[in-house]
Design a protein around this ligand. Structure first.
Ligand SMILES: [Fe+2]
Length: 422
């Protein structure tokens, strides 16, 4: 696979910026894939995960369907692929069943790279024409969408590699995080009062982040850092997975049905974990990850605390710059905190489960048309996570960003930050 410059040169500085933004995101995806062999890209290890090849094609389909096809004269080179690479947009046509994405040995990987190149050329030409007021908005949406799939690509290939007895390493030479003692767990208090949450201003945001609105925040506190592996190990050794009194009813049912006794990727001896670097010793100081909402909630109950509400998380994160162990750091694994007193690791390392169900904000309006299916229709049965992970691009996450997953999901880089009432 080679990365090549995109075709037609743009005509204005705004267009140049847009093409550069598009090109950077597409090339980042390609750079992640450069670590893989063709065979790696076809496997689907479970219905929730998708093959790398599918991610590559689906993100390309997104640009084709929602940008290039706005032009009545545009003709897709492979219209029959739209059925394969539509994910869940019912209003634009039927789609291949998600659990069967791993059955698609064709189109072959090189054909998918060619597809990406054709669409890249067409998008570059579209940007050069500079005659569509919606173009910049839609391309940014497509870039943010592709960044979401970069994270999924990483978590999905990690899950696929974990099924292989050879335990391949995605990034065998990635720099190792320095193991340092995590600071003592402390709770930072906040007052009650009317607060504002939700996105404001002109910057990019998904529809589910708005509108900005007032709400009431009860007094409480938020932990200075995420829960560590050592703390989660204490929960396990104290019988946390065997005490039904700690668990929500549905969570206890999953523990019984799936035999959960430790985070995903930990070994039976609770000494090593599978990572994107291969199997490694568990760092006791690093944030625990690959736990479900059910496990986060049970841990919090065991610890005499609770999970934070998303309002609490957002108002406390609002003034903290987005920096930390994000995808750009190239570690691809959570690392121990270096913060001593203030709120640390709010961004990066692990997505933090909140106690907030994923529902619409007051006055929420989904995007018009088919793109209204992007977020709004998933607002039931899922929980909000905040802050991004070691697999999230740094220019993709922000204080108002609302990620969401079902409560049993744990193949994402998901962890725990505690809060308390006051
Ligand atoms: Fe998607």
């Amino acid at each position: 696979m080679t990365v090549r410059p995109l075709g037609t040169p743009p005509t204005s500085s705004a267009s140049t910026d847009l093409l550069q933004r598009y090109s950077r995101v597409r090339q980042r995806t390609a750079a992640l894939c450069a670590r893989l062999r063709p065979e790696d890209t076809v496997v689907q290890s479970m219905p929730d995960a998708s093959p790398t090849k599918w991610h590559l094609a689906h993100t390309t389909w997104f640009f084709e369907k929602f940008i290039l096809e706005r032009d009545a004269g545009y003709r897709s080179s492979n219209p029959e692929w739209h059925f394969l690479f539509n994910s869940y947009y019912q209003s634009v046509g039927p789609m291949h069943a998600r659990p069967h994405r791993g059955m698609l040995t064709r189109p072959a990987l090189d054909e998918v790279w060619d597809y990406r190149a054709r669409v890249d050329d067409a998008v570059a030409a579209r940007i050069a024409r500079d005659d569509d007021s919606m173009l910049a908005t839609l391309i940014e949406l497509g870039c943010q969408h592709e960044q979401q799939h970069q994270e999924l690509l990483l978590t999905d290939i990690k899950h696929a590699f974990a099924q292989n007895p050879l335990e391949p390493a995605f990034a065998p030479n990635a720099p190792r995080a320095l193991s340092m003692a995590a600071p003592a767990l402390t709770y930072l208090p906040f007052d009650e009062g009317v607060v504002e949450v939700g996105h404001a201003g002109d910057g990019f945001h998904f529809d589910n982040e708005g509108p900005r609105h007032r709400t009431y925040r009860q007094a409480g506190s938020l932990a200075n850092r995420p829960v560590t592996n050592a703390e989660f190990l204490a929960f396990i050794q104290d019988g946390g997975y065997r005490d039904p009194m700690l668990w929500l009813s549905d969570g206890w049912a999953v523990v019984q049905a799936e035999g959960w006794a430790r985070p995903l990727y930990w070994d039976d001896a609770l000494e090593t974990e599978f990572t994107l670097h291969g199997r490694r010793e568990i760092d006791p100081h690093a944030p625990v990850c690959h736990v479900s909402y059910f496990e986060a909630d049970a841990f919090a109950r065991w610890a005499g605390a609770r999970l934070p509400a998303e309002t609490e998380w957002e108002t406390l994160a609002a003034d903290i710059p987005v920096q930390g162990n994000l995808q750009d750091a190239g570690l691809f694994h959570p690392r121990a905190s270096t913060f001593e007193t203030s709120l640390g690791q709010m961004y990066g390392d692990v997505w933090e489960w909140t106690m907030s169900p994923y529902v619409s904000y007051p006055g929420f309006r989904p995007l018009d048309g088919a793109l209204g299916e992007y977020n709004g229709k998933f607002m039931n049965g899922q929980w909000v996570l905040r802050g991004g992970s070691c697999a999230t691009p740094a220019d993709h996450v922000r204080a108002t960003y609302r990620n969401f997953f079902p409560p049993h999901a744990r193949w994402q880089f998901t962890g725990i930050r505690l809060g308390t009432d006051r």
